[in-house]
Design a protein around this ligand. Structure first.
Ligand SMILES: [Zn+2]
Length: 410
């Protein structure tokens, strides 16, 4: 019994210590990489993230397909009508009212340590009020020196958030066309992927890595066609979106184009251009900062999506209930017994559960072999084939989902 109690307390303390200051975020930005070319290119380093990611190769740009407004949205979580950037001159920017991610995060956690490594100077010079502890400028298109600068940042034991940005793909598109049939454009994507591999290896090599929980996001700002971008064509708007970590669902999202806010008739925004229901189900650029910010301040209990003074447009993709999901669903789900030796019952009051619950191990691998039985308001799962350890069960009820931790003790 003594042993049992010790083990149980140990597991409990492990559970709760993972909710402390160890959540960290790496965002890798790759400029100008259209989805079809990204899918065609050989990108083993980025692909290795996908099994632990919420990701989409059918993400759609919802604003102005220039780098200035796009990265401004990615880094602030608001659309251009708020951050004010409509082109690469950054005139009219309003980062005082809609600051970038580090400044927002530090309103909750002032001691967060944030750095940016970027090849395109305006990301550092013109997206101001950002709150970076360190800014590192590298040469346009330099790729591997940029990766090396990012590696240096990741060797800092105190870093909490790093944004690393590469523009070789966009530069190659402008000089030789943005096209999956352009071998130079594909080669540039593959080259940046190699640099990403160098950055990720440095992250995994951190001496403290096993005690840290990293959210890794890889995103682009727009596609392109011929030698240009800036318009509303599919080739310019069809992009991709990746968030890898333990607190996001591990699934690919395929949704139709939710439309664009860059849609005007007689200089008035035409709201019929956006399908808001689809927008809520699709990963878009404004979601990058909201998801990353939510992750960095998670133990404060604040969901940035619904913090009124921030007025953010994006949504969080973390597993926890969000402003979109109905958190009464999460609360209505109970699990017993827990810890469990064999049979778990998951009961949901007053709701219809979707027919199947998904079970994951700590590595995010889905376990499909467990016998389970579904009833209208409950699911029973037999955990007896599994060794002792911590698992997650994901449940859905319509649009809502809940994640429950299950501890198996043998
Ligand atoms: Zn460009």
């Amino acid at each position: 019994m003594k042993n049992y109690t010790f083990t149980f307390l140990f597991i409990l303390s492990t559970l709760f210590s993972s909710a402390s200051q160890n959540r960290k975020v790496l965002i890798i930005g790759i400029d100008g990489t259209r989805s079809d070319a990204f899918q065609q290119a050989n990108t083993p380093n980025i692909d290795a993230l996908l099994s632990t990611s919420t990701y989409s190769v059918d993400s759609w740009h919802t604003g102005i397909t220039w780098s200035g407004p796009s990265w401004s949205t990615i880094l602030t979580g608001v659309n251009w009508n708020k951050h004010g950037v409509t082109d690469n001159n950054f005139t009219g920017s309003n980062f005082a009212q809609y600051p970038p991610l580090p400044t927002l995060a530090k309103q909750i956690k002032p001691n967060l340590n944030c750095a940016i490594v970027a090849e395109w100077d305006p990301l550092i010079d013109d997206i101001n009020n950002a709150g970076w502890n360190r800014t590192v400028k590298t040469a346009d298109g330099s790729t591997f020196p940029t990766a090396d600068s990012a590696v240096l940042e990741l060797q800092n034991p105190d870093i909490d958030f790093l944004f690393a940005y590469f523009d070789q793909v966009d530069l190659t598109g402008h000089t030789s066309t943005f096209s999956p049939s352009n071998p130079f454009y594909i080669a540039a994507i593959e080259n940046v992927d190699s640099a990403v591999g160098r950055v990720l290896n440095a992250l995994y090599a951190r001496p403290t890595y096993s005690n840290e929980d990293w959210l890794i996001m890889v995103v682009t700002d727009h596609g392109g066609q011929s030698f240009f971008h800036g318009g509303n064509s599919d080739a310019e708007r069809h992009i991709w979106w990746i968030a890898s970590g333990d607190m996001v669902a591990h699934e690919q999202i395929n949704k139709a184009d939710p439309g664009t806010y860059n849609c005007h008739q007689n200089n008035v925004f035409d709201s019929t251009c956006v399908n808001y229901n689809l927008m809520r189900q699709s990963p878009v650029q404004a979601d990058v900062t909201v998801t990353a910010l939510h992750y960095l301040i998670y133990d404060s209990g604040i969901n940035p999506e619904t913090k009124p003074e921030w007025h953010l447009d994006g949504k969080s993709w973390l597993w926890v209930p969000s402003g979109i999901a109905d958190d009464s669903f999460e609360k209505s789900v109970s699990v017993y017994p827990n810890p469990v030796r064999d049979q778990v019952t998951i009961l949901c009051n007053n709701r219809e559960l979707d027919a199947k619950a998904e079970v994951y191990d700590l590595m995010g691998q889905r376990i499909t072999s467990l016998p389970q039985h579904s009833y209208a308001d409950r699911i029973s799962i037999d955990f007896s084939p599994l060794p002792s350890g911590q698992y997650f069960v994901k449940l859905k009820s319509g649009m809502n989902q809940a994640i429950k931790k299950i501890i198996v003790l043998k």
